[in-house]
Write a protein that binds this ligand. Sequence first.
Ligand SMILES: Cc1ncc(C[n+]2csc(CCOP(=O)(O)OP(=O)(O)O)c2C)c(N)n1
Ligand SMILES: [Mg+2]
Length: 570
Amino acid sequence: MEHNRAYTASDAMNDALVTAGVDCVFLNSGTDYTPIIESWAKYESQGRKIPRIIISPHEIPAMCAAQGYAQITGRAQAVFVHVDVGTQNLGGAVHNAFRCRVPVFIFAGLSPYTAEGELHGGRNKYIQYIQNSEDQAGIVRGYTKLNFEYRGGQNVQQMTYRALQLAQSEPMGPVYMMATREVLEEDGIDIGADLSMWSPITPPALDDKSVNTIVGALTAAKKPLIVTAYAGRNTECVPELIKLAEKLAIPVVEVNEQACMNFPGSHPMHLGFESQDFAGDADVVLSIDCDLPWLPSFKVNPRCRVFSIDIDPLKEHIPLWYLKAERFMLADSLIAIRQINKALQSSSSIDRALVESRRMTVTAIHKKQRENWEQSGAAPDGHITAEFLTVCLREVIDDDTVILNETITTRDATDKLLPRNKPGTLFGNGGSSLGWHGGAAIGMKLACPEKDIVALTGDGTYIFSCPTAVHWMAAKYDTPFMTVIYNNQGWNAPKQITTKMYPDGYAAKSNNFWVSLDPPSRFDLVAQAAGGAFAKTVSDPKELRAALLECRQAVKGGRSAVINVILPPV
Ligand SMILES: Cc1ncc(C[n+]2csc(CCOP(=O)(O)OP(=O)(O)O)c2C)c(N)n1
Ligand SMILES: [Mg+2]
């Protein structure tokens, strides 16, 4: 049996990933990785190119790092995990990437399929029996765009390119590929570095009729409204959206705990984060890249014309979903808004007086909103509030700082008091599985070392992020960032929602919700122990500004910092 093949399936996969522009492999390996490790070592010793291998001591930060990298660059990276168990450990991070429409190439080994030495790479350990699952791919099937196995060494490159093509075609998302050791060890075929037939699909435009209908509706509207959640994931879309909002003086509301910066928070047409406050008496609503402009229990004016432009207008992977809209239009938001803006240039039906009076009204509402919000950020007595923390944080960052926001019940404070005004300076997990921010910060910092990254998190969410793995990675790969923990010593979200559902119930009366994380942990010291991060815990409002500044200095000096800010307990 020949064990030193000139060109293996593992070599072929490596070459395809490099050719396709995959910079990083976030790796958590196991016994399934022998042919791949051997291939990488061979390549390194021969001076041939492999992606940067980022050792990830837990799968969740591996996946979140790949998501973060793709959120800030638009390009898929690879996550390599160990058979069924590593796939299970990816957990909700796969949900986030899928819901956020972010491309990630996931690879997992499969237990070898021979057992008596028939093939090199066959089983030689007990664990390979218990890792032989009936449906390993089923673990992530609901959250991946391709879910398949390399069946032989001959077409590994075709399958890799196809997987990446699917991942990076809209709506983007993770793909999941598997292989046994025997296959990874087979002869591979190099088809050559020609990507011309593997490009992602070109983004779709609106049809002329839809453009005319929207322009007609918007120019005739008295109270139009734009609602968006993720139009700004393509940063070029932001200036187009501003152009549209300014041209007709249309207010913009960001919803769904927006996973990116869509519209400048300080722009006079920005009206906050609650569509219900304005959709009730709007006569035309343009929902652009938005999973849910409002809850169905909220009723818009029956005469309101609602139009939805989305890369995924029917939310094909959400079983119970509907929206009362006149038209669902599948289009790329950048192209669609450009089309609308172009049509507006030559439109003769714009009522200038109406637009200017609306501009004044909306600007006044915007100003009033901000005045109210600012009041909430006043210096408190005795204890730090989420609002005050956010105001102090605002003083030590700048307009270019990239904020990763994974606060939960303090999200309202951070949205309102930390406006982002530049495209690409805000990101969220895009899904609902908590624990994204740490890995994502590493991925973004690897992609853009020059950027200054600040992650905001709840205390529960900090634990979900696997901070020991995150801070080991941050130190190892020199990706310093700052973490701000809004520590209310528990899970406020389930408490809030239970109280809302049963305001006079047993739980509310007895204050018994099973959400307390008391006694408190020194989360900052966890990061210090794992990766030498600068650690700070602060509970006195008078010490907060200085503590935040110290953390900023530490990060500027190349060291991660974690500030554990004690808020009133849940
Ligand atoms: C992986 C995962 N597990 C559980 C939940 C359910 N959940 C939603 S919010 C929340 C509490 C988060 O606590 P924390 O980060 O401290 O924020 P707080 O609610 O206190 O503001 C939990 C457990 C979830 N969304 N994701
Ligand atoms: Mg909490």
